[in-house]
Design a protein around this ligand. Structure first.
Ligand SMILES: *Cc1c(COP(=O)(O)O)cnc(C)c1O
Length: 416
């Protein structure tokens, strides 16, 4: 076990704990004993089952397993032709992986604020930035990068689906690729029956240890575009053309391959895939467990003016429970509430520290913290509470109790 930082008290209720059962253990052992550990039949089966989960057996959706969502985002941008000097548009309210992949390719990053009161991208600001770039201007009125706008990476924050229709409209009008960062949103089934992640030119899911299903480290790219699929399948394994490889391995020359580009080493191991296949079988159960916990939190905090609940969306996959403090009513700060939770040995997190406030991006694009005020406001007031399948009612009650004890209404403070 990794020991927690000495300065922090040991978390009696961890922020996250993956749900790993006997089935996962057996599946991994089976691969370990098989004599073949890396990408092979388990990975192929995992890809097939994942695609089927999202769109059914005979759908045109292709799933490509990779060793992380970060690799998947990199591959997807590369396959969409993003290159040096292009501009990739991403929300500032996301993890650094969403933006860094553009920099891997030498492209610049233009940030977009959250819609006011929302965790997801501001569609009007997105359209404005795309239009400015198209017209040869900088991304924002007060500066930012300039260049060909090549792609948009919308994020389904915390599992709350980003409204994709306007994003797709803007992208189609101006000829941009859309890569959904679906790291949080497995499985978010929209009213239309389509899953978040299966709408854009490509979608990328994460199986990192804290995500809604896990392979330890891992990810999946999905796409309905055969050209993108074939480029990714070549580039995730050293730029080796598998079509050629297959042609020869089906004959005698199993040693033969052709390198058609300087590719990457982003393939998934069969050990990880075996784990993923078992997690996939649990997806429905894991989602309903998270929903149950979210409903208890909603009930506990919903009528308390100190708090703003996460926006309600029936398609939410509840990767996170981002509770916001309402500074107009709450007499204590977000940090004070976190300190109380930590003192009670409850693991918490903050999603996200906006990227435009990070030293690298701040300096590169000459940004100020209040350039994206809605994202900044979310960041200053948000706490992610523990929410993982297997949490006991007692643990959930303990979290609720700790949050409520820490929160003091402004009016109550004034009366004391
Ligand atoms: C976790 C995460 C990623 C990266 O996932 P990895 O599988 O760890 O590479 C990308 N985007 C967002 C929004 C994430 O939270």
């Amino acid at each position: 076990m990794i020991k927690p930082d000495k300065a922090a008290p040991p978390a009696a209720i961890p922020f996250h704990r993956p749900f790993i059962g006997k089935e996962e253990e057996d599946a991994v052992l089976r691969v370990l004993r098989s004599g073949w550990l890396t990408t092979a039949s388990e990975t192929l089966a995992f890809e097939k089952e994942f695609a089927e989960f999202l769109m059914g057996a005979d759908a045109p959706l292709v799933a490509l397993a990779v060793n992380s969502a970060t690799s998947g985002l990199h591959l997807a941008l590369e396959a969409c032709g993003v290159r040096q000097g292009d501009v990739v548009i991403v929300p500032t309210y996301t993890f650094t992986a969403t933006a860094e992949v553009a920099r891997y390719l030498g492209a610049e990053v233009a940030f977009v604020d959250c819609a006011k009161g929302s965790f997801n991208i501001d569609q009007a600001a997105l359209e404005k930035t795309v239009t400015r770039l198209k017209n040869g201007l900088t991304a924002y009125e007060n500066g930012g990068p300039a260049g060909r706008p090549a792609a948009i990476i919308p994020v389904h924050f915390g599992g709350i689906p980003c409204n994709m229709a306007p994003v797709m409209d803007i992208a189609r009008e101006h000829g941009l690729a859309v890569i959904e960062d679906a790291a949080h949103s497995f499985p978010s089934k929209l009213e239309s029956g389509v899953y978040a992640g299966a709408i854009g030119d490509a979608g990328v899911f994460s199986f990192y240890a804290t995500k809604t299903m896990t392979t330890g480290e891992g990810g999946m790219v999905v796409t309905q575009n055969p050209k993108i699929a074939s480029r990714i399948s070549v580039m995730r394994c050293h730029g080796i053309d598998r079509a050629v490889w297959n042609r020869y391995t089906s004959g005698k020359a199993s040693w033969y391959y052709e390198v058609i580009a300087p590719g990457f080493k982003y393939n998934m191991t069969d050990i990880a895939a075996a784990l993923g296949r078992q997690q996939l079988k649990r997806a429905g159960m894991l989602l309903s467990e998270r929903k149950k916990i979210a409903a208890l939190y909603d009930r506990a905090f919903g009528k308390n003016p100190c708090f703003i609940l996460p926006p309600h969306d029936p398609a939410n996959s509840y990767h996170l429970y981002p509770l916001r403090i309402n500074p107009a009513n709450c007499g204590v700060s977000r940090n004070q509430i976190i300190e109380k939770l930590q003192a009670d040995k409850i693991g918490v997190s903050v999603h996200f520290i906006p990227l435009h406030t990070m030293p690298y991006y701040k300096k590169r694009y000459n940004l100020k913290d209040d350039d994206f005020p809605a994202a900044l406001e979310n960041f200053l007031n948000v706490i992610s509470l523990p929410m993982w399948p297997g949490m006991t009612n007692e643990q959930i009650e303990k979290v609720i109790d700790s949050v409520l004890k820490a929160s003091v209404l402004k009016s109550a403070k004034g009366n004391n």
